[in-house]
Ligand binder design. Structure first.
Ligand SMILES: *Cc1c(COP(=O)(O)O)cnc(C)c1O
Length: 394
């Protein structure tokens, strides 16, 4: 089997499994308990916090553990919005291709009276700093732009966007779930005030993540209860999960450059191979993209059929369509970069793992070529395109 869906989730690293196993066996105390067993768990928790903080250039007391990326996104947005409302500022800027954890929270905030501007992301899948500049208002209380997109892998100019927000005194949040552990992040150099991350996207366990909030940013609780996480996130801490996350992040960060240097040529080999398929196109900029991300549209077919047939051949991939929601709406990300519905339906995302090989890439190319040709063989849309009844777009 070739697992090429690492943007959906990753296999846990040995370092994370070993750290978690030891923690579950030995450190079962509640970190809030005063006896030694509890205090030992507390120390372990604080060590993990310092490890995580170090990787992104933050202070340990600026890290809040959460249940994952979605919770961190929700808390970041809601906190900045409520702080803004107290000052009479109710304008929020984000982008059209954010993760649903951000977009759906923004929808809720809109219903509560906030005014939301979504910046366009252009055909290259990148936002423009000048466009953020033009969109900023006196009343803007938050800018949220993801570091790297989960579907098309494009990497945004975070340091420039952050610098602009800092100069205008507007809090800057980034959903860095796809970037942490894969790209260098420095909250100081990039002027980031709030950042979301999730362990299972960098070989840690699912159900745990963190929110970085710069000192001075007031957080709003999503969960009320005990005084855990300095009173900002109630609930007995998932110590083993947090320890697994810290171990996974440390391991990923230690090999980040090597991994990227190995993956980029493999990614480019995969892109070159898939480009040989007629009437196909890469989605998003070829260079400003995550080391393992490849996302293509193939005209005349449906992404769902493509990925199911690839699954039969032992390849795990993903399509842009929101089939999980029971609908066949094409991906909002592909629509945001200007793909029309028909073309967006024929999308395929392949996200390589750290251990991907050139042989894997060649196997994927061969299989995608065969399956696309097979599906086009009985696609009515393809027949119309071939006969000239419908014009080709790609
Ligand atoms: C996966 C992902 C999330 C959600 O993280 P969970 O830990 O699964 O809640 C948010 N944003 C991006 C960009 C993601 O890729």
């Amino acid at each position: 089997m070739i697992y090429a869906d690492n943007a959906a989730t990753t296999k846990m690293s040995r370092a994370a499994i070993d750290a978690m196993t030891a923690c579950m066996e030995q450190e079962y105390g509640n970190p809030s308990s005063l006896y030694a067993l509890g205090q030992h768990a507390k120390e372990t928790l604080e060590r993990a916090r310092a490890q995580v903080a170090a990787v992104i250039g933050a202070q340990p007391e600026e890290i809040y553990f959460t249940s994952g990326g979605s919770e961190a996104d929700n808390q970041a947005l809601r906190s900045a919005a409520e702080a803004g409302r107290k000052k009479g500022k109710t304008h929020i800027i984000s982008t059209a291709f954010e993760h649903h954890a951000v977009l759906h929270t923004l929808k809720k905030l809109e219903a509560e009276g906030f005014d939301v501007t979504l910046l366009p992301v252009h055909t290259d899948g990148l936002v423009r700093v000048e466009e953020l500049d033009a969109a900023l208002r006196e009343s803007t209380c938050l800018v949220s732009v993801m570091t790297a997109n989960n579907e098309i892998g494009t990497i945004q100019p975070i340091a420039e966007l952050g610098a602009l927000c800092r100069a205008r005194g507007v809090p800057f949040h980034t959903d860095a779930v796809q970037a942490v552990g894969h790209l260098p992040i420095d909250v100081e150099a990039q002027h980031i005030d709030l950042l979301s991350a999730s362990a299972h996207k960098f070989h840690g366990p699912r159900g745990v993540g963190f929110l970085y909030a710069r000192k001075g940013i007031r957080l709003t609780n999503l969960i009320e209860g005990g005084a855990q996480e300095r009173g900002k996130r109630a609930g007995t801490e998932n110590v083993a999960g947090i320890v697994g996350m810290a171990a996974a992040l440390e391991a990923s960060a230690a090999h980040m450059e090597e991994t990227a240097a190995r993956l980029v040529p493999l990614r480019d080999r995969l892109i070159a191979g898939l480009r040989e398929i007629p009437h196909s196109a890469l989605n998003g900029d070829a260079d400003h993209r995550l080391p393992g991300n490849v996302n293509f549209c193939f005209e005349g077919i449906e992404g769902e059929s493509l990925l199911l047939l690839l699954d039969d051949r032992g390849i795990c991939a993903s399509s842009g369509s929101a089939c999980t929601s029971g609908s066949l709406d094409p991906s909002h990300v592909l629509l945001a970069i200007g793909r029309v519905h028909d073309v967006a339906h024929g999308s395929l995302r392949l996200t390589l793992g750290d251990d991907a090989t050139a042989e894997d890439v060649d196997t994927i190319i061969q299989n995608v070529k065969e399956v696309v040709e097979y599906l086009r063989g009985f696609s009515p849309i393809w027949r119309d395109l071939q006969s000239g009844k419908k014009p080709f777009i790609l």
